[in-house]
Design a protein around this ligand. Structure first.
Ligand SMILES: [Zn+2]
Length: 321
């Protein structure tokens, strides 16, 4: 991505962001009287690899969140999913604990305290899974948006003191480029600050990777650019079993399987995000590959089925175990 393209995309993203009146990117709202819910965990075996989906809670976004698609089409898709189109948009935030080859890995880190009382539950979820922060050997980051890296820091220091931090080189380069940051609209500045602070805190333990790299035993990086320049999925393989864990390749199960052309308000390059989604969904349906996505409805694991020219989300049957 050239700087010129980045600037244009950033301006577009900034304009869209400004059109969302009550979306607080790094919100400071706090509920004083919200009782903490019980941690939500779900174990998913992938061959010899054990994945545990851990809910960090859910985002609540007010205002239009889809772009490049007319509002009536979105309303119809939501209604067909029995979701009130007039209600605020809700999206789950799920992080994935991965135990593979004796190593303890975490894919994304939730939001910590950046988004208010409906989120920030990952730490309790990890504890419920029997994992202390110092047990985490590596953190794999799908992209450097705050709903995926909020939990990297605790009081400004690394929340996972023994973990290496794996992030796509394209992603690291974008969020740490002073020219890109200075061209970004004001509402996006906190994202740059948070990304840079997180990478700085992990210092020498940041390990940038390229598309296709094996980032851990049995786990390879798959570039899924558009939402952000270095947005990445992680492909797990163990024997015949496989799974793709992604961040924001699909933001809404209710809308973007049936309408992959719907871009999302935080896509840095909406056209590329749509093209990536089209390519990915075609591959997932053809390969019948299991997926786990940050913003899919918890436990956020399922498959993609082809439906005519578009697709459908097929949640996996609940595993009673
Ligand atoms: Zn996200």
């Amino acid at each position: 991505m050239t700087l010129r393209l980045s600037r244009r995309a950033l301006l577009a993203a900034g304009a869209a962001t400004l059109a969302v009146p009550r979306l607080d990117l790094l919100g400071i709202a706090r509920a004083q009287d919200t009782a903490a819910p019980a941690p939500l965990l779900y174990r998913i075996p992938v061959g010899e690899i054990e994945v545990t989906a851990i809910s960090d809670g859910f985002l609540v976004l007010e205002g239009p969140v889809f772009t490049g698609i007319d509002a009536e089409t979105v309303s119809t898709a939501l209604s067909e999913a029995f979701i009130d189109p007039a209600a605020p948009f809700h999206a789950g935030v799920t992080a994935h604990l991965v135990r593979s080859g004796g190593r303890t890995l975490l894919v994304d880190t939730g939001t910590s305290d950046l988004f208010g009382p409906t989120l920030g539950r990952l730490t309790a979820g990890l504890a419920a899974a029997g994992v202390a922060p110092e047990d985490v050997d590596a953190v794999l980051i799908t992209h450097l948006h705050p709903d995926h890296i909020g939990g990297l820091l605790a009081g400004g220091a690394p929340a996972f003191p023994n973990a290496t931090l794996h992030v796509a080189e394209a992603e690291r380069a974008f969020w740490t480029d002073p020219a890109v940051a200075s061209a970004a609209p004001e509402p996006m500045r906190p994202m740059f600050d948070r990304a840079a602070a997180s990478l700085t805190a992990y210092g020498e333990r940041v390990q940038p990777f390229a598309d296709g790299a094996e980032v851990a035993p049995g786990i390879t990086a798959m570039a899924l650019p558009g939402h952000t320049p270095g947005h990445t999925g992680f492909r797990l393989s163990s024997g015949d079993a496989g799974m793709l864990i992604f961040g924001d390749a699909v933001n809404s199960a209710a809308v973007q399987f049936s309408h992959p052309e719907a871009a999302f308000v935080f896509d840095i390059d909406p056209a590329l995000a749509v093209a990536t989604r089209a390519r990915l969904l075609d591959m997932l349906a053809a390969d019948r590959l299991r997926i786990a996505g940050t913003h899919m409805p918890f436990p956020a694991v399922g498959h993609v089925a082809r439906r005519g020219e578009a697709y459908a989300w097929v949640p996996e049957d609940w595993r009673y175990q």
